[in-house]
Every structure is written in structure tokens, then in C-alpha cells.
Ligand binder design. Structure first.
Ligand SMILES: [Fe+2]
Length: 246
């Protein structure tokens, strides 16, 4: 994947909307950071969650506004639609809203588990949502690691979910540490996608993906990394059905 165009499926790049980019200049700086890392498409995934007042009907114009600013400045990044839908909100959304909030409009939704360890009922909920959409991507499992994390991830995988880990978390995993959870799970096929989940150019997780994929090369085959980095994200934006080939 050296030099290949990358797609970030999870990023809070829209300005002054949720807890992401502070303002338009922050959003533009984030897009420039993405471009430097070889990212060509960034999905704008604001929180759909009770503690953020994100109006679904306003998202298309917010994306258009940011895209206009990037185009005017010659920043070579395309902003695609999307959202990070909380576990609680997902149950209340209509099929039409789920489609509007899907990544690239192709029907794949990004599902944020409730805080704390992955809930017992999440695999069943994800299965119900998958039946109403093209598919379900579970965001940042590393933030929801309880004692039964492996069993819960297997249950989600068995329901057809894709598991999206945070690229910076993976990049920081020590390849010399046999106990590094994410590398062990990558070896076992439970890492499907990496995304930045960046919130700002002023700090926090960077809008970068490449270092995370580089780290996965220590434990995955080149074909697996290419699937995670290129094949799967592009197919998700096209709204294709998708199963990891391992
Ligand atoms: Fe997020």
C-alpha cells in the first residue's frame, strides 16, 4: 500500500458541531494533515448522541461548506458523509436516517458502543442494525475492553460486523510486547479497519493512518493490510457487502 490513497472512515472534521474541530481553520488544518499522510477521502462522522445537538438535515450543507473551503485552498481531500452513531441513538433512528448517516451514503453505519466494556447486548443490537443497513462497523473497541473483550469481539464478528480500531492506538503498540492486545487480536483476524477518530489539529489523536498500517505489518500479511487499508474502505464507501477474506 506504499503511496496508495487512503480513506479515513471516522473523523470529527466538521467545524463547531460536536466535540470535534473548533472552527473552519481547525477543519482545514486537519484536512491538510490528512493530505500529508496520503489520505484522499475523510468521512465526516459527527456524534449522533444525546449530549451533542447535531441536526441530521443540516449535515449535507455543512459538508458542502467545508469542501468549498478545501477546494478554494487547493487542499486535495474529499469530505464524504457519515456519522458516529451511539448505541443508544441507533435504536431510535429511522431507516431513512440510518441511510443518510451511513459512510459515503452507501449504507454502512459506524456504531459507537456505550461507554465502558462492550455491553452484553451489543452483538444482538448490531445484528438487528445490520439487517436494516448494508453493514455495521463497530468503533474503537480498544476503549471498551472488559475482561470478556475477545468473546465480545468474536460475537460481533460472527454477526458480520467489521471492527474499527484507532490508528494511533495501533501505531503505539509495541511489536516487541507479546501481550500487546491489539497486535494479538490483529494476528487472530479481529482487526478489520483503522481510522483516525481525530477531533482537532490542536491536539489529541492525529489525522493519520499510515503509521498504524505500518505497525500491523509486523503481525499481518501484506494482503491483509492491503485489504484493511484500501480494499475494504473503498468498498464501504461504494456500499458493497463485505466480509474479511480471513
Ligand atoms: Fe469518534
Amino acid at each position: 500500500m506504499d503511496g496508495a490513497a487512503l480513506i479515513d472512515l471516522h473523523c470529527h472534521i466538521l467545524p463547531a458541531l460536536d466535540d470535534g474541530a473548533l472552527d473552519m481553520s481547525d477543519s482545514v488544518a486537519m484536512a491538510r494533515e490528512a493530505a500529508r499522510d496520503g489520505i484522499e477521502v475523510v468521512c465526516a462522522t459527527p456524534h449522533i448522541r444525546s449530549d451533542h445537538d447535531v441536526r441530521i438535515e443540516q449535515l449535507p450543507e455543512r459538508i458542502e461548506e467545508l469542501q468549498g473551503q478545501l477546494d478554494a485552498r487547493g487542499v486535495p481531500v474529499r469530505i464524504a458523509q457519515g456519522a458516529e452513531i451511539s448505541q443508544l441513538s441507533a435504536e431510535t433512528l429511522s431507516d431513512r436516517h440510518l441511510r443518510t448517516l451511513s459512510l459515503g451514503g452507501g449504507g454502512w453505519i459506524l456504531l459507537e458502543p456505550a461507554s465502558g466494556p462492550i455491553a452484553e447486548r451489543l452483538p444482538a443490537l448490531a445484528g438487528e442494525l445490520a439487517a436494516r443497513t448494508t453493514g455495521v462497523i463497530v468503533a474503537h473497541p480498544e476503549r471498551h475492553a472488559g475482561t470478556n473483550i475477545v468473546q465480545q469481539l468474536c460475537a460481533l464478528r460472527d454477526r458480520g460486523c467489521l471492527l474499527q480500531w484507532t490508528a494511533d492506538f495501533v501505531a503505539r503498540a509495541d511489536p516487541e510486547d507479546p501481550g500487546a492486545l491489539v497486535l494479538r487480536l490483529a494476528r487472530e483476524g479481529l482487526v478489520h479497519l483503522l481510522s483516525s477518530d481525530a477531533h482537532s489539529s490542536h491536539g489529541g489523536r492525529p489525522l493519520k493512518l499510515r503509521a498504524g498500517f505500518d505497525r500491523l505489518r509486523a503481525v499481518c500479511t501484506p494482503e491483509q493490510v492491503a485489504w484493511m487499508a484500501e480494499v475494504a474502505p473503498a468498498a464501504i464507501l461504494r456500499g458493497e457487502l463485505l466480509t474479511p477474506p480471513w
